[in-house]
Design a protein around this ligand. Sequence first.
Ligand code: C5P
Ligand code: MG
Length: 275
Amino acid sequence: MRDPQRVQEILQSMMKAGSNTVQVISDFDMTLTRFMYNGKRCPTCHNILDNSRLISDDGKVELKELLDTYYPIEIDTSRPVEEKLPLMVEWWTKAHELLVQQAIRKDMLTTAVRESEAKLREGFQLFFDHLHEHSIPLLIFSAGIGDILEEVIQQAGVFHPNVKVFSNYMDFDESGVLRAFKGELIHVYNKREGAILNTGHFQELRTRPNVLLMGDSLGDLNMADGVHDMENILKIGFLNDKVEERKQSYLDLYDIVLIKDETLEVPNAVLLYLT
Ligand code: C5P
Ligand code: MG
């Protein structure tokens, strides 16, 4: 923490306001899901498909090349975001085009997720169940793939009715084959625009001006930009990769930084304190 005193003040103020004034906004990949497990990287929503039987060998090679080219750019804090923006659009656009070429079938997604190595972080059950029990809305705001993300939380048994998702959704033709992605593209650095597009959601939650925000990318810091008349925001950041290079930026911008912590213990402790 850069300023533990400030964190304490925010927490006290949110607790006094009551849990019926709180909403949670969380990123998905590498925030709700694990970054590493048994010394191995865990997949993002995109990687679940990239590594699945639904993609041809040639397709896999091309998707891996894209990942190796663009992921280092995504996490490079020495390059300004403006410079990275067009490159991120390029990455997502190329990857989605490749996925469409693979003629992915909707009815195969369940198996692809079941056979994947994706894992929610330790403590996920308490996190999701506690929010549900206390009727606290959880917005999962992801630049991943909505259909995949929903399947992950569905299979984990935690897709409760208080969960709402903003993400990139697949568009299937009448025979159930992927033909495009729906709506405006969400990538890691345009979550602010995504938030503004969904004003209806934040309008519904206008009686909840206290926000717990969770992310793993500096792009996730903008996820709450649509919240009406915000009173308090507590930002928890997971720093998973390139720790030394990125530590200072994370400490400057997130209130609490969790370094290589594969659990939801800290967010859970915050929620238990607030409820
Ligand atoms: O849920 P979240 O917003 O974190 O999802 C975005 C993540 O997906 C990015 O951090 C990025 O590294 C990853 N990604 C990927 N393959 C792509 C595009 C994005 O693994 N083709
Ligand atoms: Mg993420």
